[in-house]
Design a protein. Sequence first.
Length: 582
Amino acid sequence: MSARELITEHLDLWTGAVTKKSSSGRGSNGKVELTGVKKLRELILDLALKGRLSERFIDDQPAEKLIEQFFLHKEKLVKDGELRRQKKLPEITYQEHEYKIPETWQVERLARLSHQITKGTTPTSIGLSFAEKGVNFVKVESLHDGGINHANVQFISQDTHQALQRSQLEAGDILFSIAGTIGKTAIVQDIDTPANTNQALAIIKGTSQVFTERFLKLQLDSFVSAKAKNKARGGAMSNISLGDLSNLVVIVPPIEEQHRIVQKVDELMALCDRLEQQTSDQLEAHETLVDTLLGTLTQSANATELAENWARLAEYFDTLFTTEQSIDKLKQTILQLAVMGRLVEQDDGDEPAEQLIERIATHKAETGNGKRRASKPPKSGTAESQPFQIPSTWAWMPLRQTGITSTGKTPSTKNASFFSGDIPFIGPGQVTAAGKINTPEKYLSEEGILQSEEALSGDILTVCIGGSIGKTAIVTERCGFNQQLNKIRPVLVEPSYLLAAINADFFQHSIREKATGSATPIINRSKWESIAIPLAPLDEQRRIVQKVDELMALCDHLKQRLTQASNTRCQLAGAVVEGALN
C-alpha cells in the first residue's frame, strides 16, 4: 500500500481521532487536537526515514562512498589548519539504531558528518551589549516554521559580532535549540546573515557534502529530536549538551535519494494540511451549530417556546453532542437554565424568596454574623443586577447576603509546626475546572489553621486571582485555604444551588468583568461578594439541584462513552501506524 493510499484508505480514522488539548483554568477554550492527523504526520516521517517512501536507482552514489569522500575532505581541512580535529566518538550500538535500512544507506554520528557543532554566547554575560540595530542576534524565540523570523530578533554591533566569532552564522547552518524548548530547528539562509546566536541554540556546520539541508532538518524534526529530548536534564529550564547532540545517530541515504524523499514528504504533508483544514472547518461549523441551538434554549421567551426549542435540539442530539467541548457547553446551558428558573416548574406553595431573604438575615443576626434588619435585594432595572428575567417568586440579591464570606490566609512558612498536621491546605491549584478539590501538597496543624482561614464541609471556595480565576468547588472536609481563594458559607441556602449559580455563565462573566489586571486578573472579596445571584425559593432550590444532578450525570455518561470511542479511534490510528512501520 502506497503512502497516499494509506491516507485515503483510513480517512475516517485520521479525521475521527481527536482529543481535547490539555488545559487549566476556567478560561480554557476547550480546543481539540487532531490526534489522527498528527499520528499520520509522524508516520510519514518515520516511513521516509526508513526508506519506505522513496525509490532506489542504480546510478545513485551509495552513502558509504559519500561519507568516505567527506571524511577525506574533512581530514584535509584539519591538516590545513582550517578545522580542529574532533575527539573520537564511540561506535554505534544496535540499541542506538535497531531498525533495518536500505543497503545503499548508512548510519553515523552527527558530529562525524559535520565540520563543527557549537553554540553561542549571550553578549551581556561577557561584558558586551545589545544594540538598537546592526547584526541579527537569533534566539530560540526567533525560530519559526523552519526559518528565522526577523521580527523577533535582537541586534548586536559589528564589533560584538567579531568578538563572538565562534557563533557567527553562515547560510546552510542548521540551528537546533538545546535549552528551554528543545528541538526547534531552522535552516540559516543568505538573507539571515550576518547573524549570531546565544547558548540556547546549537549550530551544526559543514554538512552540505553529506546531507541536503532539508533532509537533515527532517531528521532533526523527527526521531533525532525525540532522542535529544529524552536526554534533557534540568529543572525549570531543561537542556541538553553539545555532547549529547554530537553523539546522536543519523541516517545517510544517497544524496539524490534525499532530494526524492524531501519531495515526497512535502507532497504528503500538503495532503495532511488539506485534511487538517477540512477537519478543522467541520469542527468549527459543528461548534457554531451547537452554540446557536443551545442559545435558543436560554433565549426562549416562555415555557412553551423552551419546550419547542428543546424538542428541536433533542431530535439531533446524537449529531450535535459528539465532542467534549459540545458536552461541556450543554452542561453550561443546563446551569444557566437552572438559575433562570427554566429547569423545573414553580410551585405556588413554596415560600417566596423575599421571605427566605428575611429569614437568612434574621439567622445571621441571631448568630452574630449579620444585622437583624432584613437585607434588600439590589435595585431592579440595571443590567448587572438583572441580566435576565427570573420567576416572580424569585429575587435578586448580592452573593454576600446568601451566607458568610471570608478570604483565606497563609500561615508563616518560617514556622514549620504550622504545617505539621493533617488538615488539608488548599490553594488555586487544588481547585479543578470540574468543581473538585484535589489532594493538596501541604497540610496544617491545629495551631496552623488558627493562622489561616477554616472551611467546613458545605462551604464554597472560589479562585479570585490568575488564569484560573472563577474556578469554584464545594468543600467536602475541613480544610484551610490561602489568600487567593474566597469562601462563602451558605445560610439557609442549598450549597449545590449556590455552586450552580456561581458556575453559571452570567456569574463567571461578572467575575472576569470586575477583575483588575490584564496579565494576572484579580477580583477582591468586596467585588466578588457584590455580584448579584437569582435566589429561588428553598424548596425549588432542592428540586433544581436534583434535576441538575440528573442531567449532569447524563452528560458525564455521554462524555464517558465519547472518551471511550475517541480512545478506540486513537488506538486504531496508532495500530495502523505501527502496522505500516512493521
